[in-house]
Design a protein around this ligand. Sequence first.
Ligand code: NAD
Ligand code: UD1
Length: 336
Amino acid sequence: MAILVTGGAGYIGSHTCVELLDAGYEVIVVDNLSNSKEESLKRVREITGKPVKFYKADLLDRQAVNEIFKNEPIEAVMHFAGLKAVAESVSMPLRYYHNNITGTLTLLYVMQLHNVKKIVFSSSATVYGNPHTVPITEDFPLSAVNPYGQSKLIIERILSDLYNSEPGWNIAILRYFNPTGAHPSGRIGEDPNRIPNNLFPYITQVAVGKLKVLNVYGSDYDTPDGTGIRDYIHVVDLAAGHIKALQKLNENPGIVVYNLGTGRGYSVLEVVNTFSKVTGINIPFRFAERRPGDIATSFADPSKAKNELGWTAKYGLDEMCADAWRWQQNNPDGYK
Ligand code: NAD
Ligand code: UD1
C-alpha cells in the first residue's frame, strides 16, 4: 500500500517524502510543478536510496487524478498541493480559490470514488487570524484576512462537512506555524521562485549575497524589542509530525486538528542575531513599515499534538539557521 503525496515536489512535501520513505512507506507524488522542480524528488531518492513514483499532473484535472488512483494501491493521502503566497492571493483571489479549493474538491471526489478515506491536510496558523492571546490552542476562534487564509478555512470546513456526512473518513488537519530550515544533508530545502516573502529565505539570500539588505517590517509592535514574534518550526520536525498524524488515522479518530509548532516564539531581531551567531555572517537590515496583515505575536500551544500524537519538535532555532544556511550555501540558485 502506498501514500499519495500531493505537492510532494514542494518544500514541505519533499521533506515529508523523506520521512515517509525512511519510515518504510511506499510514496507516490503528484505535483504540477507550478512552484517546484522535479529535481527535488531526485534528491529525495538520493537521500533515502528508495524509489518515489512521480506523476506530473494538476489536481484540477480530475481524469488525471482518477488515473493515479486506478493505477496505484493508495491507502492514504497527504495533501500539500496548493498556492501559498499571501500577497499574490490578494491580487489573484480567483486563481487561489480555484487552485486550492477546486483542487481539493477534485481530490476528495476521486478519493471517495476509490474508497480512500484517510487524508492529512496542510492547514496554517493563519486560520487563527489575530489571536486574542498566546499561546494559541486549537479551539481558538478562526478567521482569515486574505484569500489564502480563507482558502485554508474553507477547506477545513469542507473536510468537516464531509466527515459529518459520510462514515469512514479519517482526517487530520495540521495547522503549521512557521516552517523553516532544511534537511540536514543540505540537498533539499525551500526554493522560492521570486524574491522571498518569508523571513528565513530572505535572510539566507541576503547571507549568500543575492539580496542586499533585510527589511524588518515594523519596529513598534507590542513585543519586547518591537519586532514581530513567530513560532518557527524546523521542516524536518514538521515532516515527522505528518508521520505521527498518519499513524493516528489508523486508530479511526474521525476528524482531528493539531497545531504543529514548538511553543516558543522568537522576534525578527532574535532570528537575525541567532542566524549571525550560528553562521558567522552579519545580516544588514533596516527597519521598514509594518507589512499589511501582519500581527505582533503568534506561537502555538503544541500540547495536543504531544499528548495525542506523541510528537514534539526536537530542533531549535540554532539548527533551523544552520540547516537553512547549509541548503542556501550549497544551492545558491536553488534546484536550478
Ligand atoms: P510549495 O509551494 O513548496 O509546495 C506546494 C506544491 O504544490 C508545489 O510543488 C506546487 O507545484 C504544487 N501544486 C500547487 N498547486 C497544485 C495543483 N493544482 N496540482 C498539483 N500540484 C500543485 O509550498 P510548501 O511550503 O511546501 O507548502 C505546502 C502546503 O503547506 C501548502 O498547502 C501550504 O499552503 C501549506 N502551508 C505552508 C506554510 C509555509 O510556510 N511553507 C505554512 C502553513 C501552511
Ligand atoms: C506568512 C503569511 C502566513 C503564512 C506563513 C507561512 C503573511 C501576512 N502571512 O506568515 O499567512 O501562513 O507566512 O507561509 O504573509 N518579516 C520581516 N521581513 C521580511 C519578511 C518577514 O521583517 O522580509 C517579518 C514579518 O513581519 C513577521 C516575521 O518576519 O513578523 C515572519 O514573517 P514570515 O516569514 O513572512 O511569516 P508570517 O508573516 O508569520
